[in-house]
Design a protein around this ligand. Structure first.
Ligand code: NAP
Length: 217
């Protein structure tokens, strides 16, 4: 069991449908949540923002015990019609910035482990990382890249007492697909309830789970 009482958790993408719910639920379990989002001035396509957000959280709260990467963008449309700028933004936000957040948070989280806490990182790649989908090929690729990084990095971080968990829910009823950076969303089946998805992720944090495949939702 991971005790969230007094744990300092940075939630990136905290203005989003899932990030806001995860942040609220972590707070309800006693965590001290630092919320970061683009609308609060933190554009993750700026590499310096990642260091700033981590340093600001650590200097305000004195440590970092958890990181939830709930930021992301989606794009729809045929693979043959992808604009280079769309691919760049998908990978910058969904893959590169998430990897940088995990990489640069390691020293803070390692200190948390040395202090006897149970630090963790949660990413949200999604079911497309397991089963890439036609019409969202670049989004699928950006998420598969993140998921692969987490699997490998988790083995390294475990040695420092840090747990990495990738969550791969299916289509969830937030507004993500209503504001794509390109294209427009196809008809989806019945979405997952975002409250349920957020609660499942917070349960996994508390229970010390090591992976959240699509079947967990
Ligand atoms: N909804 C789904 O069906 C689903 C399924 C599986 C996985 N996921 C993944 O779960 C995560 C959260 O999705 P969601 O449904 O909560 O989407 P959402 O409501 O659209 O939230 C996306 C979040 O990402 C932030 N963001 C986007 N571009 C950014 C940038 N350049 N710099 C910093 N922040 C940026 C947004 O910030 P602002 O609002 O401030 O711009 C917002 O907080 C995403 O990674 C998504 O791919 C979603």
């Amino acid at each position: 069991m991971t005790n969230l009482q007094g744990a300092v958790v940075l939630v990136v993408g905290a203005s989003g449908g899932l990030g806001s719910r995860i942040a609220d639920q972590l707070e309800s379990k006693g965590a001290i949540v630092a919320r970061s989002s683009r609308s609060a001035g933190h554009d993750l396509r700026e590499p310096s923002v990642i260091r700033q957000v981590l340093e600001a959280t650590n200097s305000e709260h004195g440590r970092l015990d958890g990181l939830v990467v709930a930021s992301g963008v989606v794009a729809f449309g045929p693979a043959s019609e992808l604009e280079a700028a769309t691919v760049d933004e998908l990978f910058a936000v969904n893959t590169t910035s998430a990897i940088q957040l995990i990489s640069q948070s390691q020293p803070y989280l390692a200190t948390s482990a040395e202090d006897g806490r149970e630090p963790f990182v949660v990413t949200l790649s999604g079911v497309v990382a397991e089963t890439p989908v036609a019409g969202v090929a670049a989004y699928s690729a950006s998420k598969a890249g993140l998921a692969a990084f987490v699997v490998a990095a988790a083995r390294e971080y475990r040695r420092a007492g840090i747990r990495l968990v990738d969550a791969r829910p299916g289509h969830t009823g937030t507004s993500l697909s209503e504001h794509p950076i390109a294209g427009s969303a196809p008809r989806f089946g019945e979405p997952l309830d975002p409250d349920h998805v957020a609660a499942r992720i917070v349960t996994a944090i508390v229970d010390g789970e090591k992976d959240l495949p699509s079947t967990a939702f």
